[in-house]
Design a protein around this ligand. Structure first.
Ligand code: FAD
Length: 515
């Protein structure tokens, strides 16, 4: 959208180009199709006609879950989306239960999933379902098997006016494609920083969490009539392996062993099964009853998670945006990436709508600033959690503060919150329980400050057996002279604008979320 040139009565700008047909690219396309005459999606892969993993998204072999906020946005962008997934074979989560296994691998909390409709499926099916719907939109075209290899800038570098492409795998011929707006959604492997530097831009320092994450995933097949006590199970990693189990389409399930700090789980089948037994042995007979392995475990390693700060560039060029993993990528164990991409798409829609009504200069940089506000809670939650693991380090212009204190608080919350919850449930206050709030916070539906505050801390410490934690907390707080709430104001970023879109949206509709 050209700065200050488009009003509600003017015609749509002609062409937007989206680089990458992953989740972020598809969601951006869905939004842009309402504002541009044509949207061209340029993708490196030849896109499969059926739901299949593909080379350009190597992570798609691994389990991908969508957080509650992401589900709400998908349903809004594509009405009937959940029904579509179920029609195409996704596992129905209605009347099923989830299992949260404690870090010791023995104790667990079993809870029913939400009463409403919900589904679980592979990343390949999820992406395919979105792609089918985007391909059907008026004005949208896909140019596949093409590598974007650079940006074309105006002579004064104030505008990005096009992209340079060549056929995937060919080194010779290249062509340029002109566009009014280009959105880079090419994922973790994005070359955007390189392209901008080539054009002479100076980049602000990014933030990096050197987590050295390792995944190992194995698929299993169940008989068609298998009975399942739980549809999902999760054991968070601590000093030991984390495990995630999820039932998927076609009577299959995926099991991940995940770890951090360079403790990579094995991809050898026998070693994988052994590590699984150590991690969640007592639950395996129920989870994998009658299941047969479909393949050998496959690994994935992520040395570092990166949050770029393009929004800080005062000379950010017009005609260019960036979304999804190319802007900020997370430790996947928290399942945030696709939902954050959905929040960014919704942010883009809001900005385009405002720009149409009240055109302002510097539109693209403004969009990046708004997206960055939306990214903030997810980045903070996953970084704080990762940084508590030995060997994980952070680099960036403003170090994360109070990591140990926040982790102790969250440990307290999970340990003593359920003690209060029994009382709250007896009083009919299910909507106020600690476990629900924890779920909503990690689902990016409420601000971390609704869970982490002085009032809640007081109730947690009121539990009699909390004396050891009280002592530890007192020791940690010695480093801070202020009151607890003031300390939190200092160490937790200001998320006051991060949930703006959600409030407006929540008034419009209600979509069920699974717990
Ligand atoms: C192991 C693992 C597990 C994960 N699990 C979860 C999860 O449970 N939940 C969750 O929400 N997120 C998860 N994620 C993150 C998730 O995959 C991404 O955040 C999400 O898919 C959004 O990514 P994206 O669309 O920005 O990029 P991608 O999905 O990576 O898509 C980028 C697209 O751009 C194309 N492309 C790249 N370069 C070019 C180029 N030069 N020219 C043309 N095309 C190009 C690629 O082929 C690809 O199609 C996981 C990630 C990993 C690594």
């Amino acid at each position: 959208m050209q700065d200050g040139t488009t009003t509600g009565t003017q015609e749509k700008p002609r062409q937007a180009v989206v680089i990458g047909a992953g989740i972020a690219g598809l969601l951006a396309t869905r939004v842009l199709a309402e504002y541009y005459e044509q949207v061209l999606v340029v993708e490196r892969d030849a896109l499969p006609v059926a739901p299949q993993p593909r080379a350009g998204t190597p992570q798609s072999h691994h389990l991908h879950r969508v957080l509650p906020r992401g589900k709400m946005i998908l349903e809004r962008l594509f009405p009937g989306f959940l029904d579509g997934l179920l029609e195409h074979g996704a596992f129905s989560l209605e009347h099923t239960k989830s299992l949260l296994i404690a870090k010791d691998g023995r104790t667990a909390l079993s809870a029913p999933n939400a009463t409403g409709k919900d589904a679980s499926c592979s990343r390949a099916l999820l992406e395919w379902e979105i792609r089918q719907r985007v391909q059907a939109l008026a004005g949208v075209r896909f140019l596949s098997h093409q590598d974007v290899i650079g940006l074309v800038a105006s002579s004064d570098r104030k505008r990005i006016a096009g992209i340079c492409v060549r056929e995937h795998g060919q080194l010779a011929e290249r062509t340029t494609i002109a566009a009014d707006l280009i959105v880079d959604a090419s994922g973790r492997s994005s070359k955007l920083t390189h392209w901008l530097q080539e054009l002479g831009f100076h980049l602000p320092e990014d933030e990096q969490v050197h987590s050295a994450i390792g995944y190992s995933t194995r698929y299993y097949q169940f008989p068609a009539d298998a009975h399942h006590e739980w549809s999902n199970a999760l054991k968070p990693f601590s000093q030991s392996d984390g495990v995630a189990f999820s039932l998927l389409e076609d009577h299959t399930c995926a099991v991940i062993i995940g770890n951090i700090g360079g403790h990579y789980p094995p991809t050898d089948a026998a070693a994988f099964e052994q590590r699984l037994t150590v991690a969640i042995g007592s639950y395996l007979p129920s989870l994998l009853q009658d299941a047969q392995p479909l393949d050998d475990p496959r690994g994935y390693r992520i040395p570092v998670c990166v949050r770029h700060h393009f929004e800080q560039m005062e000379d950010w060029p017009n005609g260019l945006l960036v979304m999804g993993d190319a802007f900020c990528n997370f430790d996947p164990i928290y399942g945030q990436g696709m939902s954050v991409a959905a929040i960014e798409a919704e942010t883009l829609a809001r900005c385009l709508h405002e720009q149409q009504s009240y055109p302002q200069p510097g539109f693209e940089r403004h969009v990046l600033q708004r997206m960055q506000e939306a990214i903030a809670p997810a980045w903070w939650l996953s970084s704080v959690s990762d940084l508590n693991a030995p060997g994980v380090t952070y680099t960036g212009s403003s170090p994360l503060r109070g990591v140990r204190l926040i982790q102790l608080y969250l440990d307290l919350y999970l340990k003593y919150g359920p003690v209060h919850d029994r009382e709250l449930i007896q009083k009919g206050m299910q909507g106020q329980t600690h476990m629900l709030k924890n779920f909503l916070m990690n689902g990016l539906l409420i601000s971390p400050r609704e869970v982490i505050n002085a009032r809640v801390l007081a109730t947690l410490l009121a539990v009699e057996e909390a004396s050891a934690e009280r002592q530890l907390l007192a020791e940690l707080l010695q480093g801070y002279p202020q009151r607890f709430e003031a300390i939190l104001d200092e160490i937790i970023p200001d998320f006051s604008r991060s949930f703006e879109g959600l409030q407006a949206f929540a008034q419009e509709e209600e979509v069920s979320v699974s717990q």
